[in-house]
Ligand binder design. Structure first.
Ligand code: ZZB
Length: 257
């Protein structure tokens, strides 16, 4: 699986990262949809996953799961091949409400918010949120907006959540300009735990976005998503806003022991 690793820069160090004041610290999110980064509204972290803060190249510091850091150490992202220098270990709950600057995003700053359905064994454990085009993100953001108690539990203030709405970035002929929102509402998705409906919505959103979508924002507005996707990925990597991140298939790992 090939992901694009999106480098979201920490704008204000939270207490748990105070030691890194003045350093270039990035939360790195793995995405299959680099062309949707205009529509980022927040970054998801899992409250009970342990993340590590580690030394990457070019004096940059990355925050990901340990597993992702190990994989990245074989992809030219650590000073020494196969070796991860761990600077700190932090639980996700300590990394919520963090102010980030996310590349290409229309929103100048976004915040890290809790998502309970993040899988530890996929990507980097850091997930960027695009509620216009990702049904899981739409459902999880809606949950947070609805439930004040949930925000309070994780010390998330209203201004980190309430002002953020899906941003129209891709037009799909049969589903309008915010396909994930349309699908979730039409299919009656109740919450981020509505797993079956969300899986179905995601499948449709991937297929429609990729084959029938047209960009309606950014430098590539007017181009088909299929065409824009590679161009945008390439541009983000060139500018240093993103990295390529390959993940071995699980079946491959188990077969080779
Ligand atoms: C931004 C984005 C925009 C995404 C979109 C999707 C969509 P998949 O589809 O199962 O292969 N993701 C990444 N890591 C995790 C994780 N550890 N746990 C849960 N979700 C994760 O997984 C790839 C997508 O799932 C990634 O691409 C990421 O969300 C999320 F418009 O990044 B994506 C229709 C989907 N649209």
């Amino acid at each position: 699986q090939e992901y694009t690793g999106i480098k979201m820069r920490v704008v204000e160090m939270p207490a748990a990262l105070a030691a890194f004041e003045g350093k270039k610290v990035f939360f790195v999110a793995a995405t299959l949809r680099p062309e949707t980064m205009y529509g980022q509204t927040n970054c998801w972290m899992h409250p009970t996953i342990t993340y590590i803060v580690w030394q990457s190249v070019n004096d940059e510091i990355f925050v990901t799961t340990r597993r992702a850091a190990r994989n990245m150490s074989y992809q030219d992202l650590t000073p020494e091949l196969g070796k991860v220098e761990i600077l700190a270990e932090v639980e996700g709950s300590q990394l919520l409400g963090v102010k980030l600057s996310a590349p290409n995003a229309v929103n100048k700053v976004i915040y890290t918010l809790p998502m309970m359905t993040i899988k530890e064994d996929k990507g980097t454990g850091v997930v960027t949120s695009v509620p216009s085009d990702a049904p899981d993100d739409y459902a999880a953001l809606k949950d947070l907006k609805k439930k004040q108690a949930f925000r309070e539990k994780y010390n998330i203030s209203d201004e980190m959540v309430l002002p953020f709405d899906p941003v129209p970035i891709i037009r799909c002929p049969d589903h309008g300009d915010v396909i994930a929102a349309t699908l979730c509402e039409d299919m009656g998705v109740q919450s981020q735990n509505d797993t079956k409906k969300l899986a179905e919505a995601k499948e449709i959103a991937y297929r429609q976005g990729f084959y029938n979508g047209t960009m309606i924002i950014g430098e590539h507005a007017g181009k088909a998503v299929q065409e824009a996707k590679v161009l945008i990925q390439e541009e983000m990597i060139q500018s240093g806003d993103a990295i390529k991140y390959m993940e071995p298939e699980k079946s491959v790992i188990s077969r080779s022991g």
